[in-house]
Design a protein around this ligand. Structure first.
Ligand code: HEM
Length: 452
């Protein structure tokens, strides 16, 4: 006999005057939040905003991520931010249900395990190119390095060998576009959007910059279509993401749509990757015992041991500093998750950082201890840095492999000086978690017998 679902009205509710307490779920230290007194589920009804259910009940979380047809992530992004203006509403994260599944099937293969190996050499080369320019023996901001590495890897893996003149134009168009995203004008759009019901505000300066990027990408697609068929190209080696689409079975978009999606991938991957690389450096600098383990693996030349430990470090950093401390889905229709009735238009928020800092899921949860992930892979439901379900980050495997390969290469050439004590806090007044001092660390030379 099926039970009547619980209505949101029956659940504890956060009083409007306490709304500011929600900010405590966005920064490390969620275990001290007074909101924990409300239990694993509570309802928020901010004036002028959709009703929200905040839940860290694992049954709810599983049911939410398993239900792709009744929920949309794009509608959450559009309601609270200007992501739709940045990405374009036709990009994958804004699609729902069957349309999303179709698109995801076409765009996933270049980011899956089988393709990842072919990008490794390029990632190593990007580090080896940049590394001589970094200071040694004096502090500097590794976050900036993170941005340089992230864009170097993205341009190389997504576009591969582009003719030098077009490559320069692509780089400057991308840099002007990122510059516009960070402009005061666009910041104003981002801040106003949630206050005006999530309406999409056109922002012509950004539109122009996007069109410039797309124009160069379309030029490159046209050049590739006119070149040798992919079957004639080497299957191994640097086969970039774009070559894995153009002229293959996956090539089912017109050039404008393909360009738009490549641009969307750059945007989704760039800052998230750079910030994570920054946190990895800052966390290693703050934990001498972890650096000692890295040094021991490097000094014995045991790459398998180093890789295994770095994978664990990356997972642990992403647990304690997930770039996005929450995710959410908006109900497209009246539906039920785990016995809770969710009315159409309501938003379900999953507080990722709160789950990551919970003793229910992790022993000694606030301690940085990569060893916890040496023998246990992160769980699909309690390790949520890349989200979960049908919209789980398309680049998750790529980003994990990238962080390991980049840090392996850095650490084979340099040591990170350790400074025990608290790791720098996240920047204030940002919804994403980014290191406040831009991951300030000191690199030292590494004297090594086995690297020629
Ligand atoms: C450390 C780096 C990264 C982090 C922390 C991150 C995080 C996320 C998160 C939280 C989501 C939403 C998932 C959800 O709510 O279920 C997402 C979606 C997405 N990410 Fe990432 N991401 C990263 C790197 C990348 C990279 C490298 C790429 C591409 C190469 C990428 C492409 C995407 C795409 C296309 C989506 C939308 C997927 C869909 O709607 O089906 N991301 N990412």
């Amino acid at each position: 006999m099926s039970q009547t679902p619980i209505s949101l009205r029956e659940l504890p509710r956060l009083r409007t005057r306490d709304l500011a307490q929600l900010g405590g779920l966005l920064r490390p230290g969620t275990h001290t939040s007074p909101l924990l007194a409300l239990g694993e589920r509570f309802v928020v009804r901010p004036p002028g905003f959709p009703t929200m259910l905040v839940t860290h009940d694992m049954g709810d979380v599983r049911a939410l991520f398993a239900n792709n047809d009744d929920f949309s992530i794009g509608q959450v992004l559009s309601r609270f931010s200007s992501h739709d203006v940045m990405f374009g509403k036709q990009t994958m994260i804004f699609l729902d249900g069957a349309e999303h599944r179709r698109e995801r099937k076409l765009f996933a293969p270049p980011f899956q395990a089988a393709a990842l190996r072919s990008y490794e050499q390029l990632m190593v080369e990007v580090v080896e190119r940049e590394l001589p320019t970094w200071p040694v023996g004096e502090p500097f901001e590794f976050l900036k390095v993170g941005y340089d590495l992230a864009i170097g890897v993205l341009l190389g893996t997504v576009f591969g060998d582009v003719a030098p003149e077009r490559r320069d134009r692509l780089k400057s168009a991308i840099s002007a576009w990122f510059g516009e995203i960070e402009s005061r004008g666009f910041l104003a759009v981002t801040l106003i959007t949630p206050l005006i019901g999530g309406a999409t505000l056109p922002y012509p300066p950004l539109r122009r910059r996007q069109d410039e990027v797309d124009a160069v990408i379309i030029e490159e697609i046209t050049a590739r279509r006119a070149g040798p068929a992919p079957a004639a190209a080497p299957v191994s080696g640097h086969r970039d993401v774009l070559s894995r689409y153009v002229g293959t079975d996956l090539d089912q978009h017109d050039d404008a749509a393909l360009a738009r999606n490549m641009r969307g991938i750059l945007l989704g991957a760039y800052e998230t990757t750079a910030i994570t690389l920054g946190w990895i450096a800052a966390m290693l600098a703050g934990h001498p015992e972890a650096m000692a383990e890295v040094d021991a693996a490097v000094d014995t030349g045991d790459t398998d041991r180093l890789d295994a430990y770095l994978d664990a470090v990356v997972a642990e950093v992403m647990r304690l500093r997930p770039v996005s401390p929450f995710t959410g889905r908006r109900a497209l229709r009246d539906t039920v998750i785990n016995g809770v009735a969710i009315p159409q238009g309501a938003i379900v928020i999953v507080p990722i950082l709160l789950i990551h800092e919970s003793e229910r899921h992790y022993a000694d949860p606030l301690t940085f201890r990569p060893e916890r992930f040496l023998d246990n892979r992160p769980s699909a439901h309690s390790w949520l840095t890349f989200g979960a379900g049908a919209h789980r980050c398309l680049g998750a495997q790529f980003a994990l492999a990238e962080a390991r390969i980049l840090f392996r290469t850095v650490l084979e050439h340099r040591r990170i000086a350790t400074v025990p004590g608290p790791v720098e806090p996240p920047r204030r007044y940002h919804t994403g978690l980014s290191p406040a001092d831009n991951a300030r660390i000191t690199l030292l030379p590494r004297v090594q017998a086995f690297i020629s």
